[in-house]
Design a protein around this ligand. Structure first.
Ligand code: BG6
Length: 486
Protein backbone atom coordinates (compact mmCIF):
# COMPACT_ATOMS: atom_id res chain seq x y z
CA UNK A 1 0.00 0.00 0.00
CA UNK A 2 1.35 3.44 -0.82
CA UNK A 3 2.04 5.99 1.93
CA UNK A 4 -0.48 8.69 2.82
CA UNK A 5 0.53 11.97 1.18
CA UNK A 6 -0.56 14.95 3.27
CA UNK A 7 -0.43 17.84 0.80
CA UNK A 8 1.66 18.74 -2.20
CA UNK A 9 4.75 16.56 -2.73
CA UNK A 10 8.13 18.34 -2.78
CA UNK A 11 8.58 17.76 -6.50
CA UNK A 12 5.14 19.19 -7.37
CA UNK A 13 5.24 21.03 -10.70
CA UNK A 14 3.83 24.49 -10.07
CA UNK A 15 3.45 26.22 -13.36
CA UNK A 16 1.62 28.38 -15.86
CA UNK A 17 0.28 27.86 -19.36
CA UNK A 18 0.08 29.92 -22.54
CA UNK A 19 -0.44 29.25 -26.24
CA UNK A 20 1.16 30.58 -29.42
CA UNK A 21 -1.85 32.13 -31.14
CA UNK A 22 -3.02 33.82 -27.96
CA UNK A 23 0.31 35.44 -27.08
CA UNK A 24 2.87 35.65 -29.86
CA UNK A 25 1.66 38.15 -32.43
CA UNK A 26 4.31 38.64 -35.15
CA UNK A 27 1.91 36.74 -37.37
CA UNK A 28 3.84 37.48 -40.58
CA UNK A 29 7.37 37.68 -39.20
CA UNK A 30 10.28 35.26 -39.28
CA UNK A 31 8.96 33.49 -42.37
CA UNK A 32 5.79 32.37 -40.60
CA UNK A 33 2.88 31.24 -42.79
CA UNK A 34 -0.71 32.24 -42.07
CA UNK A 35 -2.39 29.96 -39.57
CA UNK A 36 -6.03 29.13 -38.96
CA UNK A 37 -6.02 31.28 -35.82
CA UNK A 38 -4.82 34.34 -37.76
CA UNK A 39 -8.30 34.45 -39.29
CA UNK A 40 -10.21 34.80 -36.04
CA UNK A 41 -11.80 38.20 -35.64
CA UNK A 42 -13.06 40.08 -32.62
CA UNK A 43 -16.77 40.81 -32.76
CA UNK A 44 -17.80 43.50 -30.35
CA UNK A 45 -21.47 42.70 -30.03
CA UNK A 46 -21.29 38.98 -29.63
CA UNK A 47 -23.48 37.63 -26.82
CA UNK A 48 -21.20 36.07 -24.18
CA UNK A 49 -23.46 33.02 -24.08
CA UNK A 50 -23.05 32.49 -27.81
CA UNK A 51 -19.33 33.00 -27.92
CA UNK A 52 -18.59 29.40 -28.91
CA UNK A 53 -20.14 30.09 -32.30
CA UNK A 54 -17.15 32.33 -33.10
CA UNK A 55 -14.90 29.28 -33.38
CA UNK A 56 -16.32 28.01 -36.67
CA UNK A 57 -15.75 29.40 -40.17
CA UNK A 58 -17.64 28.80 -43.37
CA UNK A 59 -15.73 28.44 -46.64
CA UNK A 60 -16.93 31.85 -47.79
CA UNK A 61 -15.84 33.50 -44.56
CA UNK A 62 -12.49 31.67 -44.63
CA UNK A 63 -11.71 33.04 -48.10
CA UNK A 64 -12.99 36.50 -47.24
CA UNK A 65 -10.79 36.74 -44.17
CA UNK A 66 -7.75 35.49 -46.01
CA UNK A 67 -8.15 38.38 -48.41
CA UNK A 68 -9.21 41.05 -45.91
CA UNK A 69 -6.70 42.81 -43.70
CA UNK A 70 -9.10 45.43 -42.39
CA UNK A 71 -11.00 43.30 -39.95
CA UNK A 72 -9.89 43.28 -36.32
CA UNK A 73 -7.64 40.25 -35.83
CA UNK A 74 -6.37 40.36 -32.19
CA UNK A 75 -4.76 36.94 -32.61
CA UNK A 76 -2.39 38.40 -35.17
CA UNK A 77 -1.14 40.79 -32.49
CA UNK A 78 -1.36 38.52 -29.46
CA UNK A 79 0.37 40.34 -26.61
CA UNK A 80 3.53 40.71 -28.68
CA UNK A 81 5.27 37.84 -26.89
CA UNK A 82 7.17 37.29 -30.14
CA UNK A 83 9.20 40.42 -29.41
CA UNK A 84 8.89 40.56 -25.65
CA UNK A 85 9.44 36.91 -24.70
CA UNK A 86 12.72 37.57 -22.85
CA UNK A 87 11.26 40.11 -20.42
CA UNK A 88 8.00 38.16 -20.11
CA UNK A 89 9.80 34.97 -19.15
CA UNK A 90 11.98 36.90 -16.70
CA UNK A 91 8.80 38.21 -15.08
CA UNK A 92 7.19 34.78 -15.00
CA UNK A 93 10.36 33.39 -13.42
CA UNK A 94 9.79 35.73 -10.46
CA UNK A 95 6.70 33.65 -9.70
CA UNK A 96 8.95 30.70 -9.00
CA UNK A 97 7.18 28.47 -11.54
CA UNK A 98 8.84 25.17 -12.38
CA UNK A 99 7.03 24.61 -15.70
CA UNK A 100 5.90 26.92 -18.48
CA UNK A 101 3.55 25.45 -21.02
CA UNK A 102 3.93 26.94 -24.49
CA UNK A 103 2.65 25.79 -27.84
CA UNK A 104 4.59 25.83 -31.07
CA UNK A 105 2.90 27.45 -34.02
CA UNK A 106 3.04 24.90 -36.83
CA UNK A 107 3.18 27.57 -39.56
CA UNK A 108 6.33 29.11 -38.01
CA UNK A 109 8.09 25.79 -38.55
CA UNK A 110 6.47 24.72 -41.82
CA UNK A 111 4.84 27.88 -43.23
CA UNK A 112 2.41 26.03 -45.49
CA UNK A 113 2.78 22.60 -43.92
CA UNK A 114 4.05 21.17 -47.23
CA UNK A 115 7.71 22.29 -47.23
CA UNK A 116 10.34 19.55 -47.09
CA UNK A 117 12.62 21.44 -44.74
CA UNK A 118 11.67 23.43 -41.64
CA UNK A 119 11.95 27.21 -41.49
CA UNK A 120 15.09 27.82 -39.44
CA UNK A 121 13.84 31.23 -38.27
CA UNK A 122 10.88 29.54 -36.65
CA UNK A 123 13.07 27.03 -34.85
CA UNK A 124 15.36 29.89 -33.75
CA UNK A 125 12.47 31.69 -32.11
CA UNK A 126 11.53 28.66 -30.01
CA UNK A 127 15.22 27.99 -29.28
CA UNK A 128 15.36 31.40 -27.68
CA UNK A 129 12.12 30.93 -25.75
CA UNK A 130 13.19 27.52 -24.45
CA UNK A 131 16.69 28.67 -23.54
CA UNK A 132 15.24 31.65 -21.69
CA UNK A 133 13.00 29.29 -19.67
CA UNK A 134 15.89 26.95 -18.88
CA UNK A 135 18.13 29.84 -17.80
CA UNK A 136 15.65 30.42 -14.95
CA UNK A 137 15.29 26.76 -14.13
CA UNK A 138 11.83 26.60 -15.74
CA UNK A 139 11.05 23.42 -17.67
CA UNK A 140 9.16 24.10 -20.89
CA UNK A 141 6.19 21.88 -21.72
CA UNK A 142 5.44 21.86 -25.45
CA UNK A 143 2.06 21.42 -27.11
CA UNK A 144 2.52 20.83 -30.81
CA UNK A 145 -0.92 21.86 -32.01
CA UNK A 146 -2.92 24.32 -29.94
CA UNK A 147 -5.49 25.07 -32.64
CA UNK A 148 -2.86 26.68 -34.95
CA UNK A 149 -2.80 24.93 -38.36
CA UNK A 150 -1.25 26.36 -41.57
CA UNK A 151 -4.09 27.65 -43.80
CA UNK A 152 -2.67 25.97 -46.91
CA UNK A 153 -3.51 22.68 -45.24
CA UNK A 154 -7.13 23.80 -44.94
CA UNK A 155 -7.20 24.79 -48.61
CA UNK A 156 -5.46 21.70 -49.95
CA UNK A 157 -6.66 18.92 -47.69
CA UNK A 158 -9.54 20.25 -45.61
CA UNK A 159 -7.44 19.64 -42.53
CA UNK A 160 -7.56 16.56 -40.34
CA UNK A 161 -10.41 15.03 -42.29
CA UNK A 162 -7.74 13.95 -44.76
CA UNK A 163 -5.51 10.95 -43.89
CA UNK A 164 -2.55 12.73 -45.53
CA UNK A 165 -2.48 14.88 -42.41
CA UNK A 166 -0.89 12.06 -40.44
CA UNK A 167 2.34 12.22 -42.44
CA UNK A 168 2.37 16.01 -42.56
CA UNK A 169 2.01 16.14 -38.79
CA UNK A 170 4.69 13.49 -38.32
CA UNK A 171 7.13 15.52 -40.38
CA UNK A 172 6.40 18.44 -38.04
CA UNK A 173 6.37 16.50 -34.76
CA UNK A 174 9.58 14.63 -35.58
CA UNK A 175 11.25 17.95 -36.45
CA UNK A 176 10.32 19.32 -33.03
CA UNK A 177 11.44 16.18 -31.20
CA UNK A 178 14.74 15.97 -33.09
CA UNK A 179 15.47 19.62 -32.46
CA UNK A 180 14.34 20.09 -28.84
CA UNK A 181 14.53 16.66 -27.16
CA UNK A 182 17.64 17.50 -25.15
CA UNK A 183 16.00 20.54 -23.60
CA UNK A 184 12.32 19.64 -23.35
CA UNK A 185 11.06 16.76 -21.23
CA UNK A 186 7.25 17.24 -21.30
CA UNK A 187 5.37 16.91 -24.60
CA UNK A 188 1.81 16.85 -25.85
CA UNK A 189 0.60 16.58 -29.44
CA UNK A 190 -2.86 18.14 -29.31
CA UNK A 191 -4.45 20.67 -27.01
CA UNK A 192 -7.98 19.68 -25.94
CA UNK A 193 -8.28 17.02 -28.60
CA UNK A 194 -12.09 16.87 -28.28
CA UNK A 195 -12.29 20.45 -29.62
CA UNK A 196 -12.77 18.82 -33.02
CA UNK A 197 -16.29 17.82 -32.03
CA UNK A 198 -17.52 21.31 -31.21
CA UNK A 199 -15.39 23.19 -33.71
CA UNK A 200 -13.85 21.21 -36.60
CA UNK A 201 -12.22 24.40 -37.87
CA UNK A 202 -10.48 25.24 -34.59
CA UNK A 203 -9.61 21.69 -33.62
CA UNK A 204 -8.90 20.30 -37.07
CA UNK A 205 -8.55 23.00 -39.71
CA UNK A 206 -11.73 21.64 -41.32
CA UNK A 207 -14.38 23.63 -43.18
CA UNK A 208 -17.40 21.50 -42.38
CA UNK A 209 -19.31 22.27 -45.58
CA UNK A 210 -16.32 21.09 -47.67
CA UNK A 211 -16.44 17.67 -46.05
CA UNK A 212 -17.11 14.64 -48.18
CA UNK A 213 -19.08 12.83 -45.49
CA UNK A 214 -21.75 13.54 -42.91
CA UNK A 215 -20.72 15.75 -40.01
CA UNK A 216 -20.46 13.09 -37.31
CA UNK A 217 -18.47 10.66 -39.42
CA UNK A 218 -16.17 13.46 -40.53
CA UNK A 219 -15.46 14.51 -36.93
CA UNK A 220 -14.65 10.99 -35.72
CA UNK A 221 -12.59 10.29 -38.85
CA UNK A 222 -10.55 13.41 -38.16
CA UNK A 223 -10.22 12.41 -34.49
CA UNK A 224 -9.00 8.98 -35.60
CA UNK A 225 -6.32 10.58 -37.76
CA UNK A 226 -5.19 12.73 -34.83
CA UNK A 227 -5.13 9.73 -32.51
CA UNK A 228 -2.99 7.77 -34.97
CA UNK A 229 -0.65 10.76 -35.45
CA UNK A 230 -0.42 11.09 -31.67
CA UNK A 231 0.45 7.40 -31.20
CA UNK A 232 3.03 7.42 -34.01
CA UNK A 233 4.68 10.55 -32.59
CA UNK A 234 4.92 8.92 -29.17
CA UNK A 235 6.40 5.78 -30.66
CA UNK A 236 8.96 7.86 -32.56
CA UNK A 237 9.87 9.76 -29.37
CA UNK A 238 11.06 6.51 -27.76
CA UNK A 239 14.33 6.90 -29.62
CA UNK A 240 15.12 9.60 -27.08
CA UNK A 241 15.26 8.74 -23.42
CA UNK A 242 13.66 10.65 -20.57
CA UNK A 243 10.79 12.27 -22.50
CA UNK A 244 7.28 12.16 -21.07
CA UNK A 245 4.25 12.36 -23.34
CA UNK A 246 0.86 13.45 -22.09
CA UNK A 247 -2.65 13.15 -23.48
CA UNK A 248 -4.56 16.40 -23.28
CA UNK A 249 -8.27 16.97 -23.28
CA UNK A 250 -10.80 19.44 -21.97
CA UNK A 251 -12.13 17.30 -19.17
CA UNK A 252 -15.89 17.79 -18.88
CA UNK A 253 -17.16 16.62 -15.49
CA UNK A 254 -20.81 15.67 -15.93
CA UNK A 255 -23.33 15.59 -13.07
CA UNK A 256 -26.82 14.20 -13.49
CA UNK A 257 -29.31 17.06 -13.37
CA UNK A 258 -31.57 15.01 -11.05
CA UNK A 259 -31.49 11.59 -9.40
CA UNK A 260 -33.80 10.28 -12.12
CA UNK A 261 -31.94 7.18 -13.41
CA UNK A 262 -32.42 8.43 -16.97
CA UNK A 263 -30.52 11.61 -16.15
CA UNK A 264 -27.81 9.57 -14.42
CA UNK A 265 -27.55 7.35 -17.49
CA UNK A 266 -27.28 10.44 -19.68
CA UNK A 267 -24.42 11.75 -17.51
CA UNK A 268 -22.63 8.39 -17.89
CA UNK A 269 -23.01 8.53 -21.68
CA UNK A 270 -21.85 12.15 -21.96
CA UNK A 271 -18.87 11.42 -19.73
CA UNK A 272 -17.97 8.41 -21.90
CA UNK A 273 -17.90 10.51 -25.06
CA UNK A 274 -15.57 12.95 -23.32
CA UNK A 275 -13.36 10.13 -21.97
CA UNK A 276 -13.15 8.49 -25.39
CA UNK A 277 -9.87 10.29 -26.23
CA UNK A 278 -8.14 9.36 -22.97
CA UNK A 279 -9.41 5.79 -23.36
CA UNK A 280 -7.68 5.53 -26.73
CA UNK A 281 -4.53 7.48 -25.82
CA UNK A 282 -3.96 5.78 -22.46
CA UNK A 283 -5.46 2.31 -22.92
CA UNK A 284 -4.40 2.08 -26.56
CA UNK A 285 -7.67 0.91 -28.06
CA UNK A 286 -11.17 1.98 -28.98
CA UNK A 287 -13.48 1.51 -25.97
CA UNK A 288 -16.48 -0.79 -26.28
CA UNK A 289 -19.14 1.89 -25.71
CA UNK A 290 -18.02 3.78 -28.82
CA UNK A 291 -18.95 0.79 -30.99
CA UNK A 292 -22.59 1.19 -30.07
CA UNK A 293 -22.40 4.96 -30.38
CA UNK A 294 -21.02 4.61 -33.92
CA UNK A 295 -23.68 2.02 -34.74
CA UNK A 296 -26.59 4.10 -33.38
CA UNK A 297 -25.40 7.27 -35.08
CA UNK A 298 -24.50 5.68 -38.39
CA UNK A 299 -20.86 6.71 -38.05
CA UNK A 300 -18.58 4.82 -40.39
CA UNK A 301 -14.93 5.67 -40.09
CA UNK A 302 -12.08 4.09 -41.98
CA UNK A 303 -9.54 2.37 -39.80
CA UNK A 304 -6.44 1.15 -41.66
CA UNK A 305 -5.03 -2.34 -41.14
CA UNK A 306 -2.15 -1.29 -38.87
CA UNK A 307 -3.94 1.45 -36.95
CA UNK A 308 -5.05 -0.70 -34.04
CA UNK A 309 -1.51 -1.85 -33.39
CA UNK A 310 -0.20 1.71 -33.76
CA UNK A 311 -2.67 2.91 -31.12
CA UNK A 312 -1.74 0.08 -28.80
CA UNK A 313 1.98 0.78 -28.98
CA UNK A 314 1.99 4.58 -28.78
CA UNK A 315 0.27 5.29 -25.48
CA UNK A 316 0.86 8.31 -23.25
CA UNK A 317 2.74 8.46 -19.95
CA UNK A 318 0.47 10.91 -18.17
CA UNK A 319 -2.86 12.64 -18.52
CA UNK A 320 -3.05 16.38 -18.81
CA UNK A 321 -6.35 18.16 -18.83
CA UNK A 322 -7.99 21.53 -18.62
CA UNK A 323 -10.60 22.08 -15.97
CA UNK A 324 -12.75 25.17 -15.68
CA UNK A 325 -16.20 23.97 -14.63
CA UNK A 326 -18.65 21.09 -14.30
CA UNK A 327 -21.58 20.25 -16.59
CA UNK A 328 -25.15 19.00 -16.14
CA UNK A 329 -26.74 16.11 -17.98
CA UNK A 330 -30.42 15.64 -18.50
CA UNK A 331 -32.17 13.05 -20.63
CA UNK A 332 -35.05 15.40 -21.39
CA UNK A 333 -33.67 18.94 -21.32
CA UNK A 334 -30.90 19.92 -23.74
CA UNK A 335 -31.23 23.69 -23.30
CA UNK A 336 -27.96 25.56 -22.98
CA UNK A 337 -28.52 27.84 -20.01
CA UNK A 338 -24.93 28.83 -19.25
CA UNK A 339 -21.87 29.25 -21.41
CA UNK A 340 -18.71 27.25 -20.82
CA UNK A 341 -15.43 25.87 -22.01
CA UNK A 342 -15.94 24.03 -25.32
CA UNK A 343 -19.65 23.42 -24.68
CA UNK A 344 -22.44 25.12 -22.75
CA UNK A 345 -24.65 23.43 -20.20
CA UNK A 346 -27.77 23.51 -18.05
CA UNK A 347 -27.63 25.77 -15.03
CA UNK A 348 -26.58 24.10 -11.79
CA UNK A 349 -28.45 25.95 -9.01
CA UNK A 350 -25.65 25.16 -6.56
CA UNK A 351 -22.97 27.05 -8.44
CA UNK A 352 -22.13 30.68 -9.00
CA UNK A 353 -21.22 31.92 -12.47
CA UNK A 354 -18.21 33.87 -13.72
CA UNK A 355 -18.65 37.16 -15.63
CA UNK A 356 -18.70 35.05 -18.80
CA UNK A 357 -21.37 32.75 -17.33
CA UNK A 358 -19.09 29.80 -16.73
CA UNK A 359 -20.11 27.84 -13.60
CA UNK A 360 -17.49 27.88 -10.84
CA UNK A 361 -17.03 24.49 -9.20
CA UNK A 362 -13.77 23.82 -7.31
CA UNK A 363 -15.06 20.59 -5.75
CA UNK A 364 -15.70 19.35 -9.30
CA UNK A 365 -11.95 19.43 -9.83
CA UNK A 366 -11.42 17.06 -6.89
CA UNK A 367 -14.15 14.80 -8.26
CA UNK A 368 -12.50 14.87 -11.70
CA UNK A 369 -9.05 14.08 -10.33
CA UNK A 370 -10.44 11.12 -8.38
CA UNK A 371 -12.49 9.78 -11.26
CA UNK A 372 -9.76 10.13 -13.88
CA UNK A 373 -7.13 8.58 -11.62
CA UNK A 374 -9.43 5.67 -10.69
CA UNK A 375 -10.05 5.00 -14.38
CA UNK A 376 -6.49 5.22 -15.72
CA UNK A 377 -4.05 4.99 -12.79
CA UNK A 378 -1.46 7.22 -14.48
CA UNK A 379 -0.07 10.51 -13.12
CA UNK A 380 -2.24 13.57 -13.78
CA UNK A 381 -1.29 17.12 -14.58
CA UNK A 382 -3.78 19.99 -14.50
CA UNK A 383 -2.71 21.84 -17.61
CA UNK A 384 -5.19 24.69 -17.43
CA UNK A 385 -7.31 26.24 -14.73
CA UNK A 386 -8.03 29.89 -14.14
CA UNK A 387 -10.57 32.68 -14.28
CA UNK A 388 -11.42 34.91 -17.23
CA UNK A 389 -12.52 38.28 -15.85
CA UNK A 390 -12.66 41.95 -16.66
CA UNK A 391 -9.81 43.54 -14.68
CA UNK A 392 -9.36 47.19 -13.80
CA UNK A 393 -5.93 48.76 -13.80
CA UNK A 394 -5.98 51.42 -11.07
CA UNK A 395 -4.22 54.80 -11.24
CA UNK A 396 -1.33 53.41 -9.26
CA UNK A 397 -1.04 50.57 -11.79
CA UNK A 398 -2.37 47.74 -9.65
CA UNK A 399 -5.03 45.16 -10.39
CA UNK A 400 -6.79 44.05 -7.25
CA UNK A 401 -8.01 40.70 -8.60
CA UNK A 402 -9.17 39.08 -5.38
CA UNK A 403 -11.83 37.20 -7.38
CA UNK A 404 -9.06 35.43 -9.33
CA UNK A 405 -7.20 34.62 -6.13
CA UNK A 406 -10.42 33.23 -4.65
CA UNK A 407 -11.00 31.09 -7.73
CA UNK A 408 -7.48 29.62 -7.95
CA UNK A 409 -7.20 29.26 -4.17
CA UNK A 410 -10.46 27.30 -4.00
CA UNK A 411 -9.35 25.00 -6.82
CA UNK A 412 -5.90 24.42 -5.35
CA UNK A 413 -7.44 23.46 -2.00
CA UNK A 414 -9.35 20.76 -3.87
CA UNK A 415 -6.18 19.63 -5.66
CA UNK A 416 -4.56 19.26 -2.24
CA UNK A 417 -7.56 17.25 -1.05
CA UNK A 418 -7.33 15.01 -4.12
CA UNK A 419 -3.67 14.36 -3.34
CA UNK A 420 -4.74 13.37 0.19
CA UNK A 421 -7.35 11.12 -1.47
CA UNK A 422 -4.39 9.30 -3.02
CA UNK A 423 -4.46 10.80 -6.52
CA UNK A 424 -1.04 11.14 -8.14
CA UNK A 425 -1.07 14.79 -9.26
CA UNK A 426 2.19 15.84 -10.92
CA UNK A 427 1.48 19.50 -11.32
CA UNK A 428 -0.87 22.43 -11.68
CA UNK A 429 -0.52 25.04 -14.44
CA UNK A 430 -2.53 28.19 -14.05
CA UNK A 431 -4.20 29.68 -17.12
CA UNK A 432 -2.49 31.97 -17.50
CA UNK A 433 0.76 33.58 -16.41
CA UNK A 434 -0.04 36.68 -18.43
CA UNK A 435 -3.10 38.25 -20.08
CA UNK A 436 -3.64 36.91 -23.58
CA UNK A 437 -6.23 36.87 -26.33
CA UNK A 438 -9.20 34.73 -25.34
CA UNK A 439 -9.58 31.55 -27.41
CA UNK A 440 -13.31 31.78 -27.96
CA UNK A 441 -14.07 35.51 -27.80
CA UNK A 442 -10.84 36.58 -29.57
CA UNK A 443 -10.67 39.46 -27.12
CA UNK A 444 -8.10 40.74 -24.65
CA UNK A 445 -10.58 42.09 -22.10
CA UNK A 446 -11.46 38.59 -20.94
CA UNK A 447 -8.30 38.48 -18.89
CA UNK A 448 -6.78 35.34 -17.40
CA UNK A 449 -3.27 36.49 -16.48
CA UNK A 450 -1.44 37.03 -13.23
CA UNK A 451 0.33 39.78 -15.18
CA UNK A 452 -1.74 42.56 -16.72
CA UNK A 453 -1.01 43.66 -20.29
CA UNK A 454 -1.99 47.19 -21.17
CA UNK A 455 -3.82 46.54 -24.42
CA UNK A 456 -7.45 46.62 -25.51
CA UNK A 457 -9.37 44.56 -28.05
CA UNK A 458 -8.31 46.85 -30.89
CA UNK A 459 -4.58 46.84 -30.16
CA UNK A 460 -4.59 50.20 -28.37
CA UNK A 461 -2.38 50.49 -25.29
CA UNK A 462 1.25 50.68 -24.23
CA UNK A 463 1.63 46.87 -23.99
CA UNK A 464 3.33 47.47 -20.64
CA UNK A 465 3.16 44.62 -18.18
CA UNK A 466 1.97 45.04 -14.54
CA UNK A 467 1.91 42.40 -11.84
CA UNK A 468 -1.58 41.84 -10.50
CA UNK A 469 -2.34 41.07 -6.85
CA UNK A 470 -2.75 37.43 -7.89
CA UNK A 471 0.89 37.43 -9.03
CA UNK A 472 2.20 38.02 -5.50
CA UNK A 473 -0.32 35.58 -4.11
CA UNK A 474 0.58 32.72 -6.51
CA UNK A 475 4.27 33.37 -5.87
CA UNK A 476 3.70 32.92 -2.12
CA UNK A 477 1.70 29.73 -2.76
CA UNK A 478 4.61 28.29 -4.74
CA UNK A 479 7.13 29.43 -2.11
CA UNK A 480 5.20 27.62 0.60
CA UNK A 481 4.57 24.59 -1.67
CA UNK A 482 0.86 25.11 -1.17
CA UNK A 483 1.03 25.17 2.61
CA UNK A 484 -0.41 28.68 2.87
CA UNK A 485 -3.66 27.97 1.01
CA UNK A 486 -6.69 28.88 3.08
C1 BG6 B 1 -9.12 26.29 -23.19
C2 BG6 B 1 -8.10 26.61 -24.25
O1 BG6 B 1 -10.16 25.63 -23.80
O2 BG6 B 1 -9.76 27.36 -22.58
C3 BG6 B 1 -7.43 27.95 -24.11
O3 BG6 B 1 -7.13 25.59 -24.32
C4 BG6 B 1 -8.46 29.00 -23.72
O4 BG6 B 1 -6.78 28.24 -25.31
C5 BG6 B 1 -9.10 28.60 -22.40
O5 BG6 B 1 -7.95 30.30 -23.66
C6 BG6 B 1 -10.13 29.60 -21.94
O6 BG6 B 1 -11.06 29.85 -22.94
P1 BG6 B 1 -11.43 31.32 -23.40
O7 BG6 B 1 -12.31 31.16 -24.54
O8 BG6 B 1 -12.09 31.94 -22.23
O9 BG6 B 1 -10.14 31.97 -23.73
Amino acid sequence: MKKYQDGFPNNFLWGAATSSSQTEGGFDEGGKGISTMDLMVYEENIDRNKVLSTLELSEVEFNKRLANNYLNYPKRRGIDFYHRYAKDIALMAELGIKVLRISVCWSRIFPTGFEKEPNSNGLDFYDKVIDACLSYGIQPLIIMQHYDIPVEIVKELNGWENPKMIDLFLKYSKTLLDHFHERVKYWICFNEISMLMSSPYTGGGILSECSKTDLKTMKYQAAHHQLVANARTITYSKKYSGLLFGSMNAHLEYYAATSNPLDVLESVKEAQLNSFYFDVMIKGKYPSYIVRYFHDNDINIKIEKDDEEILQVGTSDFIGFSYYMSYMSSASNKTIETSGNIVGTLKNPNLKLSQWNWPIDPVGLRISLNRIYDRYGVPLMILENGLGAQDILTNNKRVDDVYRIDYINAHLIQVKEAIRDGVDVMGYLVWSAIDLVSATGHEVTKRYGLIYVDQDNYGNGSLKRYKKRSFDWYKSVIESNGENLD
